[in-house]
Ligand binder design. Structure first.
Ligand code: NDP
Length: 241
């Protein structure tokens, strides 16, 4: 991926950080965009932005182009939040907060990057991060607002693929299952978590952020040149059963 310029939101933690590392290993130039400065050392430049803010996103996209010497042609939208709340107790503000980060954030960032690419007449590729929660319900970790936001990300990605194909921009969505990152709640109760892995996940283990990053980086690469609008579960088989 030498010569590729990549912007990764949520790039200081979990799946985003693993994607940063893998893109760098494949030769891309990368900037991590996140709302908090990284606690440890980052292997690439960092740009602060809250992805719910159109002004922050516009500034971040400008700053990334300046840092990398041209507009980003790879965008990975990994910024996200996950809150558990039973549907009967869920407040409108909690609904709005999750939709704002997970769905509005992917829209704002995707639109800003695509506008620059179209203006420059350059092709590009977007990978959004959905979730298996977009595909199946789970009453044991109730999070309707999260599930709805991720279903929105799937629909948004398909629409990006359809509208932006004429400009040479591909867009795909990866739907992780239970992945071992700071976001993961499954193992809060280790016994219940282990039971879920044994019955709900054919591969019977958590996934790693690096395993999700491998799928993401494949989608950004020339090897995926005929893939757009695809929804790819990376879930140890959980949505297959
Ligand atoms: P992490 O919490 O490790 O990383 C998410 C990053 O996004 C954090 O650094 C977080 O910052 C940042 N972020 C949150 N809100 C904003 C915002 N408004 N603006 C900018 N950055 C923000 O989680 P994961 O790596 O696990 O998650 C990455 C993506 O994968 C998410 O979209 C998540 O929904 C999805 N996913 C994860 C699964 C899992 O099992 N881990 C399963 C399915 C999907 P902060 O720490 O301050 O919140």
């Amino acid at each position: 991926m030498t010569g590729c310029r990549a912007l990764v939101t949520g790039g200081t933690s979990g799946i985003g950080l693993a994607t940063v590392r893998r893109l760098l290993a494949e030769g891309a130039d990368v900037v991590a965009v996140d709302r908090r400065a990284p606690e440890g050392e980052l292997p690439c430049p960092y740009q602060a932005a809250d992805v719910t803010s159109a002004a922050d996103v516009a500034e971040a996209v400008r700053a990334v182009a300046a840092l990398l010497g041209g507009p980003a042609d790879v965008l990975v939208n990994a910024a996200g939040i996950y809150r558990i709340r039973p549907l009967l107790e869920l407040s409108a503000d909690e609904w709005d907060e999750t939709l704002a980060v997970n769905l509005r954030g992917a829209f704002l960032t995707g639109q800003a990057v695509a506008r620059d690419l179209v203006l420059a007449g350059r092709p590009g590729v977007i990978v959004n991060i959905g979730s298996t929660a977009a595909l199946v319900a789970d009453a044991s970790e109730p999070s309707a607002h999260y599930n709805a936001s991720k279903a929105g990300v799937v629909a948004l990605t398909r629409q990006m693929a359809a509208e932006w194909a004429p400009y040479g921009i591909r867009a795909n969505v990866v739907c992780p299952g239970v992945i071992d990152t700071p976001m993961l709640r499954l193992m809060d109760d280790p016994a219940a978590g282990q039971a879920y892995l044994e019955t709900g996940v054919p591969l019977r283990r958590l996934g790693s952020a690096a395993e999700v990053a491998a799928a993401i980086v494949f989608l950004t690469s020339a090897d995926a040149s005929y893939l757009t609008g695809a929804v790819i579960p990376v879930d140890g088989g959980s949505t297959a059963i």
